[in-house]
Design a protein around this ligand. Structure first.
Ligand SMILES: O=C(O)C(=O)[C@H](O)CO
Ligand SMILES: [Mg+2]
Length: 268
C-alpha cells in the first residue's frame, strides 16, 4: 500500500484543528496535509507534528477570499501582486513546518472570460512561483478539480494540467492527482494513473469515494485498482509520494467517526 496522509481539512471534523494531529497519529498516519493552516502559527503546527511523529506533506497557498467564493488567484486578471504575496506567504509557512509541497489553486474562470488568456496568465505566474519554490526546495502542485464541486474552476482534466506542467517546464511544478475529481470527470481512474504516474509529473495523490466524497470504499471508485497501480508504478520508477485521504467521513462529526471509517486501508 502507498503511504497515506490525513487531510486535516476533511478528517476528524469533530476535533479542534491541532487536536486532529494526535488523532491522526493514533490511527497510524505518519503524514498530514492541511488546506489553509494560516490561522495557526507555523511554530505551533511544527511542534504538534513533531510531538506526534508526523510529517506535514502538503499545504495550500492562500486562495484569495474563500468565503466570498474565490478559489485561487493564479489565473485571475489584475491580481498579480496578491498572487505573489500568497506564494511568498505559503513558501515561508511551508518552510517553517517542513512541508515539501504547496498546492496553488488556479482560480475560477468567469463564463464570459477568455480561457486561453486565463491559462496563459496561469502559466506565466506559475513560472515565477516555481522559481521561488525552487529556491526554497519546495515543489508546487496544480490540481484538476471537478466542476460539480467547484463550478467554473479553470483546471478540470489531467491532460490539461500535464500540458501546463510541460509548458512551464520546471522541476518544481507537478500535478496533484485527486482520484475523486478524476473519477468524476474522466471515469477510468486506473487508466489515468497508468497514463500519468510514469511521466514523473505527478507529485501527490488524493483519494475519496465517488460520487459522494466519503470513504474510498463507499461508491464506485476503483480504489483497490488505483492503489495497486500506484504501488506497481512506484516500485518500477522509485516514486515515493503520498496519497492524501481527502474525504468527508460518512459519520461526519460523530466522535471517532473518522477512525471507524479507516477499515478500507486494511482491506486494500
Ligand atoms: O478540493 C480539493 O480537492 C483540494 O485538494 C483543494 O486543495 C481544496 O479545494
Ligand atoms: Mg484534492
Amino acid at each position: 500500500m502507498p503511504r497515506f496522509s490525513a487531510n486535516l481539512g476533511f478528517l476528524y471534523p469533530e476535533l479542534p484543528f491541532l487536536d486532529r494531529l494526535e488523532a491522526a497519529a493514533c490511527d497510524g498516519f505518519r503524514g498530514i496535509e492541511c488546506l489553509f493552516p494560516y490561522d495557526v502559527p507555523a511554530a505551533q503546527l511544527r511542534a504538534r507534528a513533531g510531538a506526534n511523529g508526523l510529517d506535514v506533506v502538503l499545504i495550500n497557498a492562500p486562495p484569495g477570499d474563500w468565503a466570498a467564493g474565490e478559489r485561487g488567484l493564479a489565473s485571475l486578471s489584475d491580481r498579480e501582486p496578491e498572487f505573489r504575496g500568497s506564494i511568498t506567504r505559503a513558501l515561508a509557512y511551508a518552510h517553517e513546518v517542513g512541508a515539501p509541497r504547496v498546492h496553488v489553486l488556479a482560480g475560477l474562470l468567469d463564463a464570459r472570460a477568455d480561457r486561453a488568456a486565463a491559462v496563459e496568465r496561469f502559466e506565466v505566474r506559475l513560472r515565477w512561483a516555481a522559481e521561488q519554490a525552487a529556491q526554497a526546495g519546495i515543489t508546487l502542485m496544480i490540481e484538476p478539480i471537478n466542476p460539480h464541486d467547484m463550478p467554473g474552476y479553470l483546471l478540470q482534466r489531467q491532460d490539461e494540467a500535464h500540458a501546463i506542467v510541460e509548458r512551464v517546464a520546471s522541476a518544481s511544478l507537478k500535478v496533484q492527482m485527486d482520484l475523486y475529481h478524476c473519477a468524476r470527470v474522466e471515469g477510468d481512474v486506473v487508466e489515468q494513473v497508468r497514463r500519468w504516474l510514469p511521466t514523473g509529473q505527478v507529485g501527490h495523490f488524493q483519494i475519496a469515494g465517488a460520487p459522494d466524497r466519503h470513504e474510498p470504499d463507499i461508491g464506485t471508485l476503483d480504489w483497490r485498482g488505483s492503489l495497486a497501480a500506484i504501488d506497481q508504478i512506484a516500485a518500477a520508477t522509485g516514486w515515493d509520494g503520498w496519497v492524501g485521504c481527502e474525504y468527508r467521513p460518512l459519520r461526519g462529526a460523530v466522535p471517532g467517526g473518522t477512525s471507524r471509517g479507516l477499515g478500507w486501508m486494511e482491506t486494500g
